[in-house]
Design a protein around this ligand. Structure first.
Ligand code: KMH
Ligand code: ZN
Length: 274
């Protein structure tokens, strides 16, 4: 079994300071949270930018500042979002790709997202995949519904993306695929054998699905984007606290944790742009 890649999803687009007082918002706060998460065992940081007032933005300059701070202070893999918030336009969402990050997220299908719609029509994800290909950015396919896998595989068939693929199964978003080991197992069985995968269990499903993924040979994402609690009714103190728990579970299950450079090897990023 390969070493375990831990991704810290530090901020997201939806969580507020009112809900989680320790939510990092400014580029300085996000890069400090990234560094702490790295020291706790994370290899990748999944980043959403925010304006000073806390509202989500896809502004390339704010992402650029976060990228500069994160990669200047750590060897972490910087992975910006192309999902943004549900109301962001396609053009807004694609801005972080201008920074040629090593990785970026990409959803290949539309789903309900709470009471909103997370819209990812074919024109959008083909365009995003084309830009990623031109800029040497590895997509992490954010799968909220099973059909998104079929569409990602169509991108490979049509020449927009090259194998090996990497998927993140985001399970438990209200309105999309629920967080069960049965669903996780089905999704894992639906991707090519040479693909890698991560799971993001939303809310109280974060830790149980992480434990399942560690045992199954997958990878794990945790962080305030997905879950703001450490236990029932107990807010987490930091993203790093959530990462540290995954390291402890991995140690107990005999799975070693990957450094960022080891994660680059596992994901086929080594030798790509820094
Ligand atoms: N905020 C969600 C609507 C991604 O980062 O690629 C979409 C999202 C996925 O978070
Ligand atoms: Zn995200």
């Amino acid at each position: 079994m390969s070493k375990l890649i831990i991704t810290a999803a530090l901020t997201g687009a939806e969580v507020t300071r009112e809900q989680q007082p320790n939510l990092p918002i400014t580029p300085q706060e996000i890069s400090a949270a990234a560094l702490e998460a790295y020291q706790a065992g994370a290899a990748i940081v999944h980043v959403h930018a925010r304006r000073k007032d806390g509202s989500p933005t896809q502004d390339r300059d704010i992402y650029g500042e976060i990228q500069r701070l994160v990669t200047g202070a750590s060897p972490l893999i910087f992975q910006p979002s192309t999902g943004g918030a549900t109301w962001h336009s396609a053009a807004e969402r694609l801005q972080p790709l201008d920074l040629s990050p090593e990785m970026a997220t990409l959803s290949t299908g539309t789903c309900n997202f709470g009471r909103d719609i997370f819209a990812n029509p074919q024109d959008f994800y083909e365009k995003a995949a084309r830009i990623m290909q031109e800029r040497g950015v590895k997509p992490e396919f954010e799968v909220f519904e099973a059909g998104m896998i079929d569409n990602a595989l169509r991108l490979v068939r049509d020449g927009f993306v090259q194998a090996p693929l990497h998927f993140n199964f985001v399970l438990g978003v209200p309105g999309a695929m629920s967080a069960s080991v049965r669903n996780l197992s089905f999704l894992v069985d639906s991707i090519p054998p040479d693909a890698t995968w991560t799971v993001s269990g939303i809310g109280r499903f974060e830790t149980p699905l992480a434990a399942a993924a560690i045992a199954m040979g997958g990878h794990v994402r945790v962080g305030f984007e997905d879950n703001i609690y450490y236990g029932r009714g107990e807010l987490a103190t930091s993203n790093a606290q959530l990462v540290a728990r995954i390291v402890r579970i991995a140690n107990e299950l005999g799975r070693q944790v990957a450094t960022p450079d080891q994660a680059r090897e596992i994901l086929g990023l080594a030798g790509k742009n820094a």
